[in-house]
Design a protein around this ligand. Structure first.
Ligand code: HPA
Ligand code: ZN
Length: 324
């Protein structure tokens, strides 16, 4: 089974590049940038990861991201993730990045963008991995700050396919960003949004109706509203599900209770992804393996999940057809 999952060509559609910062790299970059960390050792970092909900994770994730300072740092971070993709037969990846996490510490947009983008270009050349980049707005910050970030991104639009929404979901509904998303769409960006991870089905509806998203990131709480499940299935609006993340952050009490198999069997276009693999204990294949072990997918269901990942991607139809 292990080999079967490793061998499947896959696309990853829900991956925060800042969430791929492994403890060893956190230490290496802190040293390179002459920064001190509140940890003694790599093991100490791992032991500090007591995750219980989204906010407990976000606190660690934003603290970790502070070691990322130069375009070389962003290159190295992204390149390490792309090597994982190569090892795990991820042929295409759509990566989120959080420019506000860096801009607010004085790291300018072009530094972040160029570091990530040059690793993505090298991955195309040397690893034959294709990619798209998705700019995420931090939804716990203001709509004005998001608009400002969108304006900073306009000169780099050729390399950014979509905008998304991440960070603390509760009390930060999609409606807060309706104008920003309207502007982004008028500038030619596609849209996605995290939804139905921490908040309920109503946030998924408003991401669809107010932000016109192409996909919902997470979306697992859609089952709280049967009419929404029917709509997602009918419209084939993809969900980018992240099983290990959901268990670590308490969205489900354990992997056996995860609803990803139920959603697949209800006819939704679900995909499997890793979210923040350095924090949640596994990259994409570990996510496939965890749900396979707990929920017993048939081989044809696993193939369906992998095909869904290409179908739900922002590749052109001709590019998708190579994998379907
Ligand atoms: N949810 C919300 N914000 C995030 C996540 C997530 O899963 N990962 C990184 N930022
Ligand atoms: Zn996420």
């Amino acid at each position: 089974m292990n080999q079967f999952i490793y061998g499947l060509p896959k696309a990853e559609l829900h991956l925060h590049i800042e969430g791929t910062l492994e403890p060893q790299m956190m230490f290496d970059l802190a040293q390179r940038n002459h920064l001190s960390l509140p940890f003694e050792s790599v093991a100490d970092v791992q032991n500090s990861y007591h995750l219980s909900n989204l906010q407990s994770f976000l606190d660690l994730y934003y603290q970790g991201a502070q070691v990322l300072c130069t375009d070389q740092d962003f290159y190295d971070l992204t390149w390490a993730y792309l090597q994982k993709c190569y090892q795990q037969n991820v042929r295409h990846t759509e990566i989120f990045f959080d420019p506000q996490t860096h801009g607010d510490r004085g790291i300018d947009f072009p530094v972040v963008y160029h570091g990530i983008q040059s690793a993505l270009q090298d991955a195309k050349t040397y690893l034959n991995i294709s990619s798209h980049l998705i700019l995420c707005f931090l939804r716990d910050l203001s709509a004005e700050a998001a608009m400002n970030t969108l304006e900073q991104a306009l000169p780099y639009q050729d390399g950014i396919i979509a905008v998304g929404l991440d960070s603390a979901e509760l009390h930060n509904p999609p409606s807060k960003f309706q104008q920003v998303f309207e502007r982004a769409k008028s500038e030619g960006f596609l849209t996605v949004a995290h939804g139905g991870e921490e908040a309920g089905a109503d946030y998924i509806w408003s991401a669809i109706n107010l932000l016109q998203v192409s996909r919902i990131d997470h979306g697992v709480r859609c089952t709280e509203d049967p009419a929404l499940v029917t709509y997602l299935a009918q419209q084939q609006i993809p969900l980018t599900v992240c099983p290990l993340s959901n268990v670590k952050l308490g969205v489900f009490p354990d992997i056996n209770s995860h609803n990803v198999k139920q959603l697949l069997e209800l006819g939704l276009c679900v995909t499997i992804n890793s979210d923040d693999p350095a924090y949640f204990g596994g990259y994409i294949n570990e996510n496939y393996l965890a749900v396979q072990e707990a929920l017993n997918f048939t081989n044809s269901q696993l193939i369906q999940l992998a095909k869904n990942s290409f179908m739900a991607s922002f590749l052109s139809q001709a590019e998708k057809d190579k994998y379907l």
